[in-house]
Design a protein around this ligand. Sequence first.
Ligand code: PEP
Ligand code: MG
Length: 292
Amino acid sequence: LAAEAQHFLKRPAVTGDGSAVAIYINVASPDELAEIDPAICDGIGLVRTELLFHGHHGLPDEEQQHGAYKRILDWAAGRPVIVRTLDAGGDKPIPGLTIEESNPFLGLRGLRLSLKRPEVFRTQLRALCRAAVAGELKIMLPMVTVPAELAEARAHLDAVVVELAQAGIAHRRPPLGIMVEVPSVAVTPERFAADFFSIGSNDLTQYVMAAARDLNSVAHLADTGNPAVLALITRVAAQGAARGIEVSLCGDAASDPALVPHLLRCGLRKLSAAPAAVGRVKAAIAGIDLRS
Ligand code: PEP
Ligand code: MG
């Protein structure tokens, strides 16, 4: 199988019956890209930015962030790159930023925290708008739960773009998309006026199945292949297709060859996987016949 995965690694992903599937990768830092050939993917479907915020010298400033985002865009060489704004909290505590809560998965995490700390959020948005002149950067918001949060985030982006323009600083306004990982969004995606959707199957599964993603004792329940989770994924894919909004999936399910056939049958044609899983996932896709 390793040889088979190698064979598919740098080829476009196509099902046995000829449907093209775009394969993106998930990354957490520019350093990890040194080992990866961009030819294995159609772009980066998720840049997790939490690692940048774990330095020993406090939160990264605008220059540090700009440098990191620019390196990632340079590596991608024109391929699209979706950078997610800070998703602190939950399973990703960040000293000096997140607060202690009895139930962190249901607390102040992701965009909820960014909106409480607008100075931290705006610094990241400024760095992203500046880096966006170097490639196809898109901004993605984690843990969106209600439309008002998307509107508030968009207002911050508007303000940052005006600020940069007035200061004569080179920038571009990137598309603004959202993670679909809270059931409120997956059940009524039509309420969210985002430029694109990316399904976070890790969190979506834990919230639909009421089984924490980090607990071994309930791991058998935290199953993205459960019909309830797949029904929501199907709903989001159909909504996106009906409105002409791109829908991808960037949770761990996209790296699991056993789950990939289910994801394609839900209507998805864009998956973002762990770099090490790309060959395996493409091999699995080649073996799928969507007509049967
Ligand atoms: C997810 O929740 O599926 C996801 C991709 O984000 P993270 O694993 O970083 O929470
Ligand atoms: Mg998540």
